[in-house]
Design a protein around this ligand. Structure first.
Ligand code: ARG
Length: 581
């Protein structure tokens, strides 16, 4: 909606610009990009700062704004004012509301969906934990950013394939098998699940690397034995492969619990092991193309002229490496899904890895390399948590969620003891609080988790926006069928109603920004804008106390529109809708 208005405005302004300088080469898109939302509604709903135009038009911004002001007119415009080199544009609230609200009520949660993804496919590689290692807070980013990006792309019409590229192959399994034979038992693992596996893994790692503080010397024998166990797996040893499959199943069962809490499902779980037999063809291609160099016995692709260290393809003993598998997997996915984009979400520690192998794919002559996108995020730590004790120094995702759910349950028992279905709601709000807090920041920033802040019902938090959603639901429930159907047009009588309409009209634009920048936080912050505008409206404009039935029906319509937009936006960032809190 707002995009349409902006496009119309840009046309009108462009007319003015071209009448001053016919040959300046500006186009409507260029003008549209200059339009801003002023921080304060007193400065208009949309503003054009004329400073950039000053250079192009060789006039002062003040002159330009004054020349353009009378040209900006139309049904949707109330007035335009030239102030200090800005052109401040005020929209007609009534016009906006009547174009907007019926559209939202009709389209419901599909309002605001762009359609530029129609007919295109996106593959998303995210979460991808390393089996039998702890699924910890560092995986929160890849899991929720990845899934949000999937939802966003689906919303824009893309066909999406979500892949959990499990780290299910490698020497860690040799270690685990050895540790299991040394110290483990079937019963123990069946009972304790992944925690027992992680314990075994930690124990064998400590034994192999030694621990100076505790006076434990590195155990070279164990290291050799672990390597041998993995080698047996590579050669197809049935007993070892059966253990390996069992370890994976135990781990996946555990991950599924966390995914379920987040409402996340995957379309494929093909992990690293799947590519074992697909690597030789790519290695061969590299060799044939003369891209492989032998360096101290290892095979590498030299990337010096691109300013990067070499990409490692084969170790001295001929075994493959992480980049080798990624290259084979990308080739396979292109063949399988013919993606337009393949998106990888990982921590920023892997930036170089992706730059390197993307370059190698380009050098191999695969023209689809341009569709490969790496989306990195910053590190996550937890503040003052006794959570970090279970398995050494890492905070497990499930423990973080459990702690949040526990706290929320306490708060809810106090606030609303009669609430039905509390367990489910506490899970939605507890997990939602963590997701919302995490996705409030630009993804590349390092964040320090503060449970108190995340769980507060008053701040800019998940509970606050979920509570706002529940408020809209309960108003509508109370009203029954008394929404817009009762009146034929929306009446706007207060600045709060108008402000709410303006925010709701910006939804599609925000969704586009979020996709363009691979940045779900744009949606998170937008949700806060909507919640804040709605709560101001709710506090200032009495709905059930409105005397004029048209005003009452309009306010209910605004409430319903808000509910749809919030509900839709929640879905985009893995936040569950809570009808009651
Ligand atoms: N398993 C890896 C890790 O935990 C992440 C995999 C990311 N995806 C990829 N295609 N490399 O570090």
């Amino acid at each position: 909606m707002m995009m349409k208005i902006k496009a119309q405005l840009a046309e009108a302004i462009l007319g003015g610009v071209l009448s001053i300088a016919p040959d300046c080469g500006m186009d409507a898109e260029g003008v549209q990009n200059l339009l801003e939302y002023p921080p304060d509604p007193a400065m208009g709903d949309i503003a054009l700062p004329c400073f950039k135009l000053a250079k192009i038009l060789r006039r002062s911004p003040v002159q330009i704004a004054a020349t353009l002001a009378p040209l900006v007119a139309g049904d949707c415009i109330e007035r335009a004012e030239a102030v200090n080199g800005y052109l401040n544009i005020y929209l007609s609230g009534e016009y906006l509301a009547n174009a907007l609200i019926p559209e939202i009520l009709e389209k419901k949660e599909s309002y605001g969906a762009p359609d530029f993804g129609k007919g295109k496919t996106v593959v998303l590689d995210y979460s991808s934990p390393n089996v039998a290692k702890p699924f910890h807070i560092g995986h929160l980013g890849t899991t929720v950013i990845g899934h949000s990006l999937k939802r966003l792309h689906e919303f824009a019409g893309y066909k999406c394939v979500g892949i959990n590229y499990l780290g299910d192959w490698g020497t860690q399994f040799g270690k685990l098998i050895l540790a299991y034979r040394l110290w483990g038992s079937k019963e123990q693992i069946e009972e304790g699940g992944i925690d027992e596996l992680v314990k075994l893994y930690v124990k064998i790692n400590n034994a192999i690397s030694g621990n100076e503080e505790q006076g434990i010397a590195p155990n070279k024998e164990y290291a050799d034995q672990a390597r041998a166990e993995f080698h047996k797996m590579e050669l197809g040893d049935e007993e070892n492969l059966a253990l390996w499959k069992w370890f994976i199943k135990i781990s996946l069962d555990e991950y599924e619990k966390t995914y379920k809490q987040l409402g996340i499902t995957f379309d494929s779980y093909l992990g690293e092991s799947f590519y074992t037999d697909k690597m030789p063809a790519q290695v061969e291609k590299l060799r044939e193309m003369g891209l492989l160099k032998i360096d101290d016995g290892a095979s590498i692709v030299d990337l010096e002229q691109y300013g990067m260290p070499p990409c490692l393809i084969l170790k001295r003993d001929g075994s493959t490496l992480y980049p080798t598998r990624d290259i084979a997997a990308a080739v396979y996915r292109k063949g399988e899904y013919n993606f337009d984009k393949c998106i990888y979400v990982t921590s920023n520690q892997q930036i170089l890895h992706f730059q390197q192998w993307f370059k190698v794919v380009e050098l191999m002559g695969y023209d689809w390399y341009e569709g490969l996108v790496h989306v990195p995020y910053g590190t996550v730590s937890v503040n003052g948590a006794k959570l970090a004790t279970r398995t050494g120094n890492v905070v497990l995702l499930k423990d973080l969620f459990a702690a949040a759910i526990e706290k929320v349950t306490e708060i809810m028992e106090e606030k609303n003891p009669a609430l039905k279905g509390r367990e489910d709601i506490a899970e939605a709000v507890g997990v939602g609080a963590i997701v919302f807090y995490y996705l409030s920041n630009n993804r590349i920033k390092d964040i320090n988790f503060n449970m108190e802040d995340a769980l507060s019902f008053d701040g800019n938090t998940g509970p606050y926006v979920q509570y706002t959603y529940a408020r809209a639901c309960s108003i509508l429930e109370k009203a029954g069928d008394e929404t817009l159907k009762a009146v034929d047009s929306v009446t706007i009588t207060t600045p709060q109603e108008r402000a709410l309409c303006i925010v709701l009209s910006q939804y599609e634009e925000k969704v586009r920004m979020a996709i363009r920048d691979y940045e779900p936080s744009v949606v998170t912050r937008y949700i806060l804008d909507v919640a804040t505008a709605f709560n101001r409206f709710y506090h200032e404009c009495s709905i059930f106390g409105a005397e004029d039935p048209a005003v009452k029906a309009s306010r209910l319509a605004l409430t319903e529109a808000t509910k749809h937009v919030l509900g839709s936006a929640f879905g985009l960032i893995c936040l569950r809708k809570t009808e009651k809190i």
